[in-house]
Ligand binder design. Structure first.
Ligand SMILES: [Zn+2]
Length: 396
């Protein structure tokens, strides 16, 4: 009997999570629609929804474009945006981005800070101060902040908040999630920076609510490094020891340049990541002007590309060619319904056209996979990390 009671409790909790997720992905949904889409009975949905209304998490809103003539005007459900807030952080290669979102996903504040130290203890102290500073600027009541999500590159075991592998060797084998949570007193989750983007997409975080998100998709991310996360049947594939998605460390040119991250030769990061693009661009500048330009960013490279500099164009065309091979390999191997491509260089129409053409050229058969470009947002990873916190702290 005891066991049965335990099961009932678990089922109730699972239903509550499912209902929360359904409302999160489909704002202004009615109780009847939730029941139909989740194959739950209307009384089950109503009991759980009423509980959440009492707790102040949900609010009822009239459906404005309802044109039914008979019966009562139905009311739809939405989250009460002022009920709780989530912090999102992305530790990026050239700076740290932090934002705070409300329960509807609207951004309250977003701030940029200097790049994190390669020394773990210093990085942690900086991060604590930067999070406190962002909370202060937002003027949000600290008690209402229910979670912090942190996105960073490398192999991250999010269930235990553990950094397993990272480009900064000193960060490795540390429980960053737990340590931040203990110091700041707010639940904290950490995850790979590309996987948080995939989770945020799956949750329709910051995405037009009308859009349907396919249940199988890939998120192809190009930054200093390259990674590709897979969502299979609405859940992110993490693989053994959190290693799934590290496309950047698959070899694309045997005996190519040494990768500074994994130490192998000719992997995708080492031939097509932003880091190598910047290094190659420095060489072009050095030959052109005779002096080193230490503060060059990817923005400068794209600017030169727009100015029709021949060498810069060839530099980027070659990198896009490698990226297209990798992207085609993913499509050939996994056959996702959609691939979301996210990277600063793909703000350029011409580079978008190129990667589409070259990818299609490398495809086997007539794959119908849709390739969509994510509009570039330097806070995209921080926002995604906040949605990751929503998913793992609020919804589940
Ligand atoms: Zn590598």
């Amino acid at each position: 009997m005891k066991k049965k009671g335990g099961n009932l409790k678990r089922v109730k909790r699972q239903n509550r999570s499912l209902i929360k997720e359904m409302i999160y992905k489909n704002r202004l949904i009615t109780r009847t629609e939730i029941a139909e889409r989740l194959s739950l009975t209307l009384p089950t949905v109503t009991t759980t929804v009423n509980q959440m209304l009492e707790e102040g998490i949900l609010v009822e809103k009239p459906i404005s474009d309802w044109n039914g003539e008979l019966g009562r005007r139905p009311v739809a459900l939405d989250f009460n945006e002022k009920q709780m807030y989530f912090v999102g952080v992305e530790l990026k290669p050239f700076d740290t981005a932090i934002c705070i979102i409300d329960l509807t996903g609207a951004v309250i504040v977003q701030e940029k800070f200097e790049v994190a130290s390669a020394v773990y203890s210093e990085m942690k102290q900086m991060l604590l101060q930067q999070i406190e500073e962002t909370i202060r600027i937002s003027k949000v009541n600290r008690q209402a902040i229910k979670g912090i999500g942190i996105g960073l590159s490398g192999l991250i075991q999010h269930e235990i908040g553990y950094i397993y592998r990272n480009i900064h060797s000193d960060w490795q084998e540390n429980y960053l999630g737990k340590e931040i949570m203990e110091e700041i007193g707010i639940r904290t989750v950490i995850e790979n920076n590309v996987r948080v983007r995939a989770v945020a997409t799956e949750l329709k975080g910051g995405i037009d609510q009308q859009k349907e998100i396919p249940e199988n998709f890939a998120y192809f991310f190009v930054s200093a490094g390259i990674a590709c996360s897979l969502v299979i049947k609405d859940s992110v594939y993490t693989g053994y020891q959190a290693g799934a998605g590290e496309l950047g460390h698959t070899v694309i040119i045997p005996d190519g340049p040494i990768c500074k991250v994994c130490g192998n030769r000719g992997c995708l990061d080492a031939v097509a990541g932003e880091r190598v693009i910047l290094e190659e661009y420095q060489k072009i500048l050095l030959a052109r002007t005779g002096k080193k330009e230490p503060d060059i960013t990817i923005k400068d490279v794209i600017q030169d590309f727009r100015n029709h500099d021949r060498q810069t164009r060839e530099l980027l065309y070659l990198r896009v060619k490698y990226l297209a091979i990798a992207l085609a390999n993913i499509i050939n191997y996994v056959s996702p319904q959609t691939v979301y491509v996210d990277g600063y260089i793909f703000q350029e129409d011409e580079l978008r056209r190129r990667i589409l053409e070259e990818t299609r050229f490398n495809l086997y058969g007539k794959e119908k996979t849709e390739i969509l470009f994510v509009p570039y947002d330097s806070f995209g990873g921080a926002k995604a990390a906040a949605f990751f916190a929503v998913k793992h702290i609020f919804i589940q």
